[in-house]
Design a binder for this molecule. Structure first.
Ligand SMILES: Nc1ncnc2c1ncn2[C@@H]1O[C@H](COP(=O)(O)OP(=O)(O)OP(=O)(O)O)[C@@H](O)[C@H]1O
Ligand SMILES: [Mg+2]
Length: 272
């Protein structure tokens, strides 16, 4: 069993429990260990990047948290309490929302309709309360993306970054406390990527914990408070971004080599 040594000074000083602890998670598909004894944690207002090459097991690990996959082994704790997450509905109950690269937005309707899709507000006469839905959409979107003005347009007319902010606003409206973003900028240009970065900083200020998954360190290093690196289903190690360089993290991703500023995990390269 591997426990995560507590190297986080700032968040752990103010929060007695991590928002999320995934401990010794394993999951296989037909004999292939997609995730093998992986442990990660996340504090409120923290951005934790999950890095690793294609096929390292990042999405699979996070799908255990979002309820898309059932783990074979390991424990999940939310706010220090054991959490049984059997399906996406369970995950939502714990305030866990996932934003996938392939955004689940409805293209032909506007931002408000997207935010309230499947949980529309109604007037006392049973008709759709468009006024209330648009007002709260403007409130939430205004917090996330103050420059957004395109409330009356179908979402398909928006830029990638703007669509991303609609998807995030929808999660916020669901009272997300834990946001999982799987390759959120993979399909975006540099300007839109910067916009998503601004959104993430705003979510941090609201105390939301964010798992940011990427196979490109350059997209996430500056945004992340800590990084966890996975390789062949195992956690190579984790570190505060202030304690390691980008090159050192690349060494973890490529070689499994853990630098002095990082904490080794079960997947660390063994030094002879
Ligand atoms: N549903 C599944 N059935 C069988 N194998 C799977 C399934 N999901 C994932 N795998 C395997 O598990 C391993 C980890 O995949 P995963 O998608 O978690 O990687 P990743 O780190 O997210 O990679 P990427 O950067 O490409 O998104 C891979 O070998 C993959 O083929
Ligand atoms: Mg993936």
């Amino acid at each position: 069993m591997t426990d995560i040594p507590n190297t986080t000074q700032a968040p752990s000083a103010t929060h007695p429990h991590p928002l999320v602890e995934m401990k010794n998670i394993s999951i296989s598909f037909g004999g292939i260990h997609a995730v093998d004894d992986a442990s990660v944690d996340l504090y409120p207002g923290e951005v934790v990047a999950l890095l690793g090459h294609n096929g390292a097991g990042k999405s699979t690990l996070i799908k255990v948290l979002s309820g898309a996959y059932r783990r074979d082994e390991g424990d999940i704790l939310i706010n220090g309490e054991p959490a049984e997450i059997r399906n996406p509905r369970d995950a939502k109950k714990f305030g866990i929302e996932t934003i996938y690269q392939t955004l689940a937005v409805a293209d032909n309707v506007d931002a408000a309709a997207n935010l309230y899709l499947g949980r529309e507000l109604r007037t006392k006469w049973g008709t759709l309360d468009d006024v209330a839905m648009e007002a709260s959409t403007r409130e939430v979107m205004g917090r996330l993306n103050p420059n957004f003005r395109r409330f009356k347009e179908p979402v398909k007319a928006l830029s990638g970054g703007q669509r991303q902010s609609v998807a995030i606003a929808r999660a916020i409206l669901f009272d997300a406390r834990i946001l999982i973003m799987d390759e959120p900028t993979a399909a975006l240009g540099p300007q839109e990527t910067a916009q998503v970065g601004d959104l993430i900083k705003q979510l941090k200020r609201e105390g939301i914990g964010i798992f940011l998954i990427s196979h490109d360190i350059h997209d996430v290093f500056d945004l992340a408070d800590r990084v966890f690196v996975m390789k062949n289903g195992k956690v190579v190690g984790h570190a505060r971004t202030g304690d390691v360089t980008k090159d050192e993290v690349l060494g973890m991703i490529i070689l499994g080599k853990v630098p002095p500023g990082a904490v080794p995990g079960p997947g660390a390269m063994k030094v002879a």
